[in-house]
Design a protein around this ligand. Structure first.
Ligand SMILES: [Zn+2]
Length: 317
């Protein structure tokens, strides 16, 4: 099994999970120390790569002490149950709102199946094994996870998902961003927002990006994918992208209620995200697996619908 690992900060090594069979799409990270911990697992289909990576880094079946998840979406956490079977001493940390869904993943799987369809569910994620409830610890905003010699500070960062946390490493100051800033594959000059149903909320997403900006030292660690050092620039860009995409869908919704047409209009916005221009010949289709335009359109449409319902209710009161 391929194991691709590379150091990203003092005592932090990235492990490529080969999500969707692709390199440099989704990372898990090992924090070295007395109590070795990983942040993110990738989906069940990635477990062999993660196990191989950990083995290469000297972390055997009895050694892994913690599995920390930024949120429960399957590309980040779907492999947690299977990984727990391989690493029997690991405690699993996740936002308290996500915890019940790790122990009983039926609803999570049903909701992902509505977005991805049966075929992609099997090929991208594989089966989702529950995590034993006794091994799960629920996090809330401001909690600290002690890893023996270093710790992770958990900051609630809703917007992409209501059960998302960013994690700040006490040793390096690096922040694990999950999907709060969207996705940023290292070989594409693109930062794409991630606005899936059912939770996406623009106001919360922007507040979470600002929270990450205020907590970050010099390094952000994207789950998709890898280290980014230009904290200010990338936070500015993320705010702009989330706002632009959300606005593009609002304008599209004034013209049509047809989702296909809204997706087409949002695709035009996506083209504008490529900073180097069309001459770079970038295959934006490659991003569909990580953060598809259709999925993002569905999330933003839902956001505007919920917002209008709230406004209408407020008017009636
Ligand atoms: Zn996500």
């Amino acid at each position: 099994m391929d194991a691709v690992v590379f150091e990203v900060a003092d005592g932090i090594t990235a492990i490529d999970t080969f999500y969707g069979g692709r390199e440099r799409y989704t990372a898990a990270y090992l924090l070295h120390g007395n109590e070795p911990a990983i942040v993110e697992t990738g989906p069940t289909t990635s477990v062999p790569h993660v196990v191989a990576g950990l083995e290469r880094l000297g972390v055997g079946p009895g050694d892994l002490a913690h599995i920390v998840l930024t949120h429960i979406h399957l590309d980040h956490a779907g492999g947690a149950g299977t990984l727990c079977d391989r690493f029997p001493n690991a405690t699993v940390w996740v936002h308290e709102l996500g915890a019940p869904h790790l122990a009983k993943p039926d609803r999570l799987v049903a909701s992902a199946t509505r977005v991805y369809g049966e075929r992609q569910m099997a090929s991208l994620f594989g089966p989702v094994t529950p995590v034993h409830a006794q091994r799960i610890r629920g996090l809330s905003d401001g909690d600290t996870i002690r890893l023996g010699g270093r710790s992770l500070f958990a900051a609630a960062t809703p917007g992409h998902a209501k059960h998302q946390v960013a994690l700040v490493d006490s040793t390096s100051g690096a922040v694990f961003t999950g999907d709060a800033l969207g996705i940023h594959p290292p070989d594409l000059p693109v930062l794409r927002p991630a606005t899936p149903p059912p939770d996406y909320d623009l106001g919360l997403a922007v507040r979470s990006i600002e929270r990450i900006r205020s907590l970050a030292g010099e390094l952000l660690l994207f789950s998709h994918f890898g280290p980014v050092m230009e904290v200010e620039r990338i936070c500015d860009l993320a705010v702009k992208r989330f706002r632009d995409w959300t606005e593009a869908v609002r304008i599209a919704m004034e013209r049509t209620t047809d989702l296909d047409e809204i997706v087409e209009l949002l695709e035009e916005e996506a083209e504008r995200d490529v900073e180097t221009g069309s001459q770079a010949g970038i295959d934006l289709g490659r991003l569909e697996i990580l953060s598809g335009v259709r999925m993002n359109a569905m999330g933003i449409v839902r956001y505007w619908q919920k917002r209008r319902e709230r406004e209408a209710e407020a008017r009636e009161r």
